[in-house]
Write a protein that binds this ligand. Structure first.
Ligand code: DGJ
Length: 704
């Protein structure tokens, strides 16, 4: 019997056959016995008019082996050494309490390359991690064009759910069948991007929130990437993901290595809910460097309230209004540093604007603290305006290709973080801010994409991304208590690798609650609510000019890391009371939302978005009517994840206060609540009121 390795977790198995190169025989549902009969039953036939032997799809498919699919590795030495075929020289398996790990090393002595393949299966969450490392062991440099992580998919995995988006419209999803050929997503924007989130799902036809067998993937990387799903002509399928390397970006010197970003994947037999449950728990256990027990304070961020118009006296009035509403952290956004009166100047000059703040920042911080709130500050360290002292003194610090004029983005350019002087300047400035002022939180922004990103003439997205990580890491080492938000014109830099060194994402610059329903749902497949920054904006949305009443805004922001994004001084008493109400509700349910299991419920009516969070004893469910309902009677909501034997007290926590146009009378259970058993709530469900379009209700279940 050929050698096999079986990694297991609570619900999944990864079975590898160890030949010349490791091949995944099975990844998915947990199995128990691996024996010669199983292996015999899995052997493939060899068809006519093809190569005479079976060619395995290995952990790094090689074209040189005769696999006519996208190879896992591509590169050359000045046009030679371009078709490596590896042979395994070492394999090891480690069984640790929390994960099982297999490491394989293979070499190709002809071309002089060594390949290391790492696989880790997390016991509790079933999340599989994979990474490849290539080392140049020959006497000449090796140009690496591509090194990607490949994992096979079962033949039933014919339907894809992919992500697309743009500024103020992140995390939209698209479904498509893939029966033949390839789906390819390339991100060439130099940051994770709004357009190409590095993740997708692929599963059985028609998989839904609650049903179907489905695989979820995410590449933890904040630069360029390529993802692909292929259905080969022989019916085998695979997923592949890696960094997209620009021409000449990765030239390995003798002895040098390149490691791919980590690929994260998991399998669920319970539809998308099973995937998000696994990813969320994995993020909580393995990615976040944030004590799970620590509460996430409610924010007020000044951006949409005052934009660049900073006046410390006025900001202190805003802080007072914020504290009165129950805000716990107050963040001064863009506009505080010297010469930053609009978006065309000053980026790079990280010194307080003493014209705007003649008495310094200290009185504002003191006021914020005195009101019982923590103080946070906005920065955008990687950027520079040409109208800045920094550019006038260091025009050579730009990330660019000399001899060209690259287009600006939001009137700004990118700094070359691989330039040590530039890196050190940024570190010194950030360190100074954090050392001098009582700052508990940094909103770290990044508002443009990379064009001709050159370092010493070579493509530098890879190096820039690593240097960005290094800058945050260095800062965090010195100021470990400071929390950092990853923001990039909203959701342009959202991924697991940046989350290892930050604490929260600004999900979108769109505070339109209706748009946010879609954005937060898409983002919520991978990220737990506590890292999804979700703010209540003013009644008239700045980005879309739509108007939403408080209920829709409040319920939508409730299921994230909540905040408000407006000027409390200008808001009416009624609006402020509304915000205070939802902030208080958020605090009531914060522990549940930030530690429970998030889920979504399938509905036959596409105008309803039903989602919630549960733990063993409680469920909080939001029913959001995104448009006019499809039916004159809404279908009952059938709950999930309850204990069939237990009884639950069901109450309405929140309803729109506006008059109902569509209903003469509500279901009677809404008056005083009802107590029902888990099995009836799951089998029969609960009758719902008719909600007006763009409104939402909250239902609470408490186990008795
Ligand atoms: C883009 C961010 O997404 C906004 O929230 C705000 O911080 C602005 N930048 C400030 O310039």
């Amino acid at each position: 019997m050929p050698k096999t390795i079986h990694l297991t977790s609570n619900n999944s198995s990864l079975v590898l056959k160890i030949g010349d190169m490791p091949e995944v025989l099975h990844w998915g549902r947990r199995i128990h016995t691996i024996d010669a009969d199983l292996l015999a039953s899995m052997e493939r036939a060899v068809s006519q008019a093809r190569l005479d032997t079976d060619i395995p799809l290995t952990l790094c498919p090689e074209s040189g082996r005769g696999l006519f699919s996208a190879p896992g590795i591509e590169g050359h030495r000045v046009g030679k050494d371009w078709a490596p075929v590896f042979s395994l020289v070492d394999s090891s398996v480690e069984n640790e309490l929390t994960e099982q790990r297999a490491v394989f090393t293979a070499t190709d002595e002809v071309v002089g390359l060594r390949l290391t393949m790492e696989l880790q299966l997390d016991q509790e969450t079933d999340v599989l991690q994979k990474r490849l490392t290539l080392t140049n062991i020959s006497g000449q440099p090796y140009t690496l064009n591509k090194l990607s992580n490949t994992l096979p998919l079962p033949s039933f995995a014919t339907e894809l759910m992919t992500f697309f988006g743009s500024w103020i419209r992140e995390f939209h999803t698209e479904r498509r069948d893939l029966m033949h050929g390839s789906f390819i997503q390339e991100n060439r924007r130099g940051r994770t991007s709004h357009e190409n989130f590095p993740g997708l799902m692929v599963g059985s036809k028609g998989f839904s929130e609650q049903s179907g067998e489905v695989y979820g993937f995410h590449l933890g990387w904040s630069g360029n990437h390529q993802l692909r799903v292929d259905a080969k002509s022989d019916g085998r399928r695979f997923f592949q993901a890696g960094e997209l390397l620009l021409p000449g970006e990765m030239i390995l010197a003798v002895g040098e290595s390149y490691s791919t970003p980590w690929l994260y994947g998991t399998y669920s037999a319970e539809g998308l809910n099973g995937l998000s449950r696994r990813f969320h728990q994995f993020v909580r256990n393995e990615i976040l460097r944030f004590p799970n027990s620590q509460r996430r304070p409610v924010h007020l961020n000044t951006w949409e309230g005052i934009y660049f118009d900073h006046n410390p006296e006025y900001i202190m009035q805003m802080a007072k209004g914020a504290a009165e509403m129950g805000v716990e952290r107050f963040i001064v956004d863009d506009g505080w540093f010297i010469g930053r009166d609009h978006d065309r100047a000053a980026l790079g000059d990280w010194y307080l604007d003493e014209v705007k703040y003649p008495n310094g920042l200290e009185p504002v911080i003191a006021k914020v603290n005195e009101l019982g709130m923590e103080f946070g500050l906005w920065v955008e360290p990687e950027m520079i305006n040409k109208d800045s002292n920094l550019f006038r003194n260091h025009p050579d610090w730009l990330l660019e290709l000399p001899g060209y004029d690259q287009p600006s983005g939001r009137w700004q350019y990118v700094l070359n973080l691989q330039n040590n002087d530039c890196f050190n300047y940024l570190f010194e400035r950030l360190d100074h801010l954090l050392s001098r002022y009582n700052i508990g939180y940094l909103k770290w922004d990044m508002n443009r994409e990379l064009v001709q990103p050159g370092h010493e003439g070579h493509p530098a997205v890879h190096g820039q991304t690593l240097a960005f990580y290094r800058l945050i890491d260095q800062l965090r080492a010195k100021h470990p208590a400071v929390e950092i938000e990853s923001c990039s014109s909203g959701g342009g830099r959202i991924d697991f690798e940046v989350l290892k060194r930050t604490h929260r994402f600004w999900a979108s610059d769109c505070n339109d609650a209706l748009e946010r329903q879609t954005i937060q749902k898409g983002m919520g497949y991978f990220f737990p609510p506590e890292v999804i920054g979700a703010h209540i904006g003013p009644e008239e949305v700045h980005s879309t000019k739509r108007r939403h009443h408080m209920n829709m805004r409040g319920v939508t922001a409730l299921f994230g890391h909540m905040g408000v994004e407006l000027d409390p001084v200008k808001e009416s008493v009624e609006q402020k009371q509304g915000m205070a109400h939802y902030i208080a509700l958020h605090k009531t349910f914060r522990d549940l939302i930030h530690s429970g299991i998030s889920f979504r419920l399938d509905s036959t009516d596409p105008t309803r978005n039903i989602y919630g969070v549960r733990n063993d004893d409680e469920t909080l469910l939001a029913v959001c009517q995104t448009a006019m309902g499809s039916y004159t009677l809404p279908e009952p909501v059938r709950f999930a994840g309850l204990d069939p034997q237990r009884r639950y007290r069901v109450t309405v926590v929140d309803m729109p206060t506006a008059s109902f146009q569509l209903m003469k009378s509500r279901p009677t259970w809404m008056e005083e609540g009802v107590t029902l058993s888990g099995d009836t709530l799951m089998a029969i469900g609960l009758s719902l009121p008719l909600l007006d379009p763009e409104s939402a209700m909250l239902i609470h279940l408490q186990a008795q």
